[in-house]
Design a binder for this molecule. Structure first.
Ligand code: XMP
Length: 333
């Protein structure tokens, strides 16, 4: 792809100029396509002076931290630190029900963890030829993220605080602010995917559905407890696996299983049994600003429900969310 290889050359030159010869650059990675592509580009530009940090906030998908470690660290050769902060996050999320409070708590705790990591990275580089401060922070922000956060954050109304746009680095390093590098800021998702292919990232990762920074915490309506995280995670895993097996993963833009606050009455044998309610969501969209529910084959949807109820302890009911965006949003919180 001629356009993308030209973009890569230009960005590498721009990044090298921007960050100079000394000092370290850090960046948050999540295992998603945007942060992986951004990280891969930094690696091309400045090698091991770029340090990717994956913060496991305890609300990632099933087995995700391990998978990211393998892909970024082992296959792509990116300098990667995985910070298991799951206990810290889950302890703080205890009893937080309000969606905005969940987002803010997770965003702020991310900052704390990154600051701690940035200091460690500075220290570790002290006696190397490129010793120097962490002055730059890499983000895989895309053009639609920029647009949505501008149009969403009118003077008086914020629909959602997307913690990965704007606020995070500005408040890092004791308010001194890290300077932002956002190499994907002018690209759309399909362009980032093309760029990923050009950079040798495998097709499965390139086509991955987006996953929000606050993770499963905003897909669990109400209380986020370790037990409820486990239920949402297992249901999500079954849902996504069955979508992949049916060969329709790439026809869906984003899919996940959410957990409702309420419970539903079911029957087990001849006994009444109260159980959790799983809400499946799958949408089709090009820009993530508007979206429609995916039109499932009903037999497949029923097979998915059956497996979730049978295999995830405590679930007695599965529903499918058919709402478009607008008026709904893609994440339910
Ligand atoms: P909504 O729910 O606003 O989602 O229709 C649009 C897209 O943005 C993702 N999203 C987030 N991504 N941090 C993120 O990194 C967030 O706080 C966040 N909230 C929503 C969502 O998954 C969808 O792709």
């Amino acid at each position: 792809n001629w356009k993308m290889s030209k973009f890569i050359d230009q960005e590498i030159t721009r990044i090298r100029k921007l960050v100079g010869d000394k000092g370290q650059v850090i960046g948050a990675v999540s295992g998603g396509v945007d942060s992986t592509v951004a990280a891969r580009l930094m690696k091309e530009a400045i090698g091991d002076r770029f340090h990717a940090v994956l913060v496991d906030q305890g609300v990632m998908r099933l087995n995700e931290a391990k998978q990211v470690k393998e892909t970024l660290g082992e296959h792509l050769g990116i300098n990667l630190t995985v910070v298991d902060a799951s206990e810290r996050f889950l302890a703080g999320l205890k009893d937080v029900v309000d969606p905005e409070k969940k987002r803010k708590f997770i965003g702020n705790t991310f900052i704390d963890v990154f600051e701690e990591e940035a200091l460690k990275i500075e220290k570790a580089a002290e006696n190397t030829p490129t010793a120097g401060k962490v002055e730059w922070f890499l983000q895989g922000t895309l053009y639609p993220d920029v647009i949505e956060s501008i149009s969403f954050k009118g003077p008086s109304s914020t629909i959602k605080t997307h913690h990965n746009v704007g606020g995070l680095p500005a408040r890092m390093m004791n308010g001194q602010g890290l300077k932002l590098i956002e190499p994907l800021r002018e690209l759309f998702k399909d362009e980032v995917r093309a760029l990923g292919r050009e950079l040798g990232i495998n097709e499965e990762l390139v086509m991955r559905h987006p996953f929000p920074g606050p993770g499963i915490a905003i897909r669990i309506l109400g209380d986020v407890t370790p037990e409820r995280v486990e239920i949402a995670r297992k249901a999500d895993y079954i849902f996504i696996s069955m979508i992949k097996e049916a060969g329709i993963y790439n026809n869906i833009s984003q899919a996940y299983a959410a957990l409702d606050t309420n419970r539903a009455i079911g029957v087990m044998g001849d006994k009444r049994q109260e159980g959790y309610i799983i809400i499946l969501r799958a949408v089709v969209t090009t820009d993530f600003m508007t979206a429609e529910a995916y039109k499932f084959d009903m037999d497949l949807l029923m097979a998915i429900s059956r497996r979730i109820v049978n295999e995830v302890d405590g679930v007695s009911c599965v529903t499918y969310n058919t709402t478009s965006k607008p008026p709904a949003t893609i994440e339910m919180q």
